[in-house]
Ligand binder design. Structure first.
Ligand code: ISE
Length: 335
């Protein structure tokens, strides 16, 4: 039977998830949407005949027709909504970050463990990207031999005005913190962050360069550039003793025009990770029936925000920061 989904937040990302759910995902349909802006909610509701509109997010969580919830509202609301879903015993897919601080993320982790149910998934969609999955597979199978480096590039075309240098770490580089843990299957032991000069053309925010090391010593470097101008560009190269693997997001066609021969660069993450978003939603919806979960857990969400916070401290203090090692709770260990 089709699952009833409630969406909280009808902005660009909320609409994007809703569109995929209604047009591509099998086994679920949207039954309720909440947004403080009634016009946005109404626009989303046009995607289906059974979608009830409300301004009250908690009303969606409590709705008996809602089997599971997607939280795509502002970051500051994530904590309360995730806790409300756990209390209601409803599975919830929370857009990243899980919550604004690692302390709040940790409280979500504790609440989920106390409930005894695996209810929370974090929308770190890159875990469903075929490229990153191939990198993970190579690590699991050992095909590259011992791994030395994971090089990561994360460039936004032009970040919105409100994005600060701190956000470049907390909201952008945090994806690398998560995906590196996923690909390498290890936690971090230290991080050093060097801010680069700001882009005088556009803003005072500074690009950030991060060097992390995992527990076994693998080096992960991240260029996080908020204003690349030419497009949205995410790259990765895994370097091992037998060779390398690079992400290769190829559009279906290449172009020759204006004296150039090449491929178009996407302008935002919705395009670049379109496959990942689709697969993330299908996997999450399938999990509502099978009980199998493949995405980032609340623990992963906590670890990513915690790593970003430690990175932020490094950028402020200009020092290498060492992580306290935390054991993954048994509740989150996957067979
Ligand atoms: C944005 O919030 C996202 O989550 C995107 O995936 C990321 O690439 C971008 O840098 C963030 O600002």
């Amino acid at each position: 039977m089709s699952k009833g989904i409630g969406i909280i937040g009808a902005g660009v990302m909320g609409y994007g998830h809703a569109e995929i759910l209604q047009t591509i995902t099998r086994g679920a349909e949207i039954v309720a949407v909440a947004d403080a802006d009634p016009e946005r909610a109404k626009r989303l509701a046009l995607l289906g005949s059974k979608i009830r509109v409300t301004a009250d997010a908690m009303d969606v969580v409590a709705d008996p027709k809602v089997d599971a919830v997607i939280v795509v509202s502002p970051d500051a609301t994530h904590y309360d909504l995730a806790i409300a879903c756990i209390r209601a015993g409803k599975p919830v897919l929370v857009e990243k970050p899980l919550a604004e601080t690692s302390e709040l993320c940790r409280m979500i982790v504790e609440a989920e463990i106390s409930s005894g149910l695996h209810l929370v998934q974090v929308g770190f969609m890159r875990r469903f990207d075929p490229g990153y999955r191939a990198l993970r597979k190579a690590v699991v199978e050992g095909s590259l031999g011992a791994i030395h480096f994971l090089h990561c590039l994360h460039r936004n075309q032009v970040a919105p005005d409100y994005v600060t240098s701190d956000n470049v770490i907390m909201s952008s580089a945090v994806h690398e913190m998560d995906i590196a843990r996923y690909v390498l299957g290890e936690d971090f032991r230290n991080v050093f962050v060097t801010p680069a000069p700001p882009s005088s053309r556009i803003s005072t925010r500074r690009p950030q360069f991060l060097v992390l090391q995992t527990v076994s010593g693998i080096v992960v470097d991240v260029e996080a550039l908020p204003d690349a101008h030419y497009g949205y560009d995410v790259r990765g190269e895994l370097v091992g003793e037998n060779g390398t693997l690079s992400l290769n997001p190829q559009p279906a066609v290449s172009q020759r025009r204006n004296s150039l021969d090449g491929i178009a660069v996407t302008t935002d993450w919705i395009d670049r990770f379109a496959d990942a978003y689709r697969m993330q939603l299908q996997s999450w919806v399938d999990g509502l029936t099978t009980g199998k979960h493949h995405g980032a857990t609340a623990w992963d969400g906590y670890m990513a925000t915690r790593a970003a916070e430690i990175g932020l401290a490094s950028s402020k203090q200009g020092q290498l920061m060492v992580f306290d090692q935390e054991k993954t709770p048994d509740f989150y260990r996957r067979a």
